[in-house]
Design a protein around this ligand. Sequence first.
Ligand code: ACO
Length: 314
Amino acid sequence: MNRFARIIGTGSYLPPKIVTNDDLSKTIDTSDEWITTRTGIKERRIVTNESTCDLGVIAANNALDMAGIDAAGLDLIILATTTPDKIFPATATMLQKAIGANCPAFDLQSVCAGFIFALTTAEQYIKTGAANKVLVVGSETISRIVDWQDRSSAVLFGDGAGAVVLSGSEKTGILHSKLCSDGNYLSSLQVNNNFINETGFIEMSGNEVFKIAVNRLSDIAQDTLNACQMSSDELDWMIPHQANIRIISAVAKRINMPMDKVVVTLDKHGNTSAASIPLALDIAIRDGRIQKGQTLLFEGIGGGFSWGSILIRA
Ligand code: ACO
């Protein structure tokens, strides 16, 4: 009998401090008009004192509430983050303590593809029967690694967290997932620190990232549909990584997905890296757009490059 990993609860959290495009234009040479037309982003949330763990704990508790289970019932926690609170211990273990769980917990680093990689990892634990209830969190305080004087990257990012609770199911859940990595693109997108005594900031070749993102994401989304012998008109929603509205719409166009079936939240929170897909998912579930039984496609790419897509029946 097939065993699927099914999402039974979602949650998210955004820190309260809003930074609008107009706010940014007071400190760097940019404008609301440039940022809106080039990216679709209008505002982002930035932490003041909150840690990656703090954001993740609120998202996780919201997801556990929706799932109707207690943290003590979890078998595994995977926290996708590029901005862990410490080199060690894993931020996932701090989150485990804060929510009152007692299961194994580890961090997973795949930048903006982190949630896709974490969800796929969790799925493997569930499919094999090694775990039955898994919490997957994407949480980022990415503002800590943004160079706020670099107008080409500072306008893109924001902080936040999203979480899902997965449960083993014999009926429905993740139908297919595919992951890819290509380490040839280090200089296109990286934090070029020496790890020991520098934090470093995001360095990015925006044009190159843009083109690679559109090509890789549309290919992998199509591969995923093909593997499920489905066409995009059988999808109810695409929930893409929220990096740039022009990347999202170019991918949607290539796989023939109308934009009114694409969940877009980046206008309100920018690129929150590993948090962006579970944030968008939670928002669209809580506002009633995504319903049980619908078919969803997740896709995302991040530094490395690493990218992936997941097809899921909710
Ligand atoms: N405000 C005003 N002008 C700006 C700004 C800014 N914030 N940033 C750059 N410019 C200027 C440039 O200096 C350039 O000026 P010039 O023509 O005088 O040389 C001009 O705007 C055009 O710059 P481009 O880089 O060609 O602009 P582009 O249309 O490519 O947009 C952007 C740049 C938004 C970064 C785009 O390339 C992009 O989104 N790339 C993807 C990056 C990304 O998403 N990274 C996140 C991590 S990976 C991921 O999540 C997919």
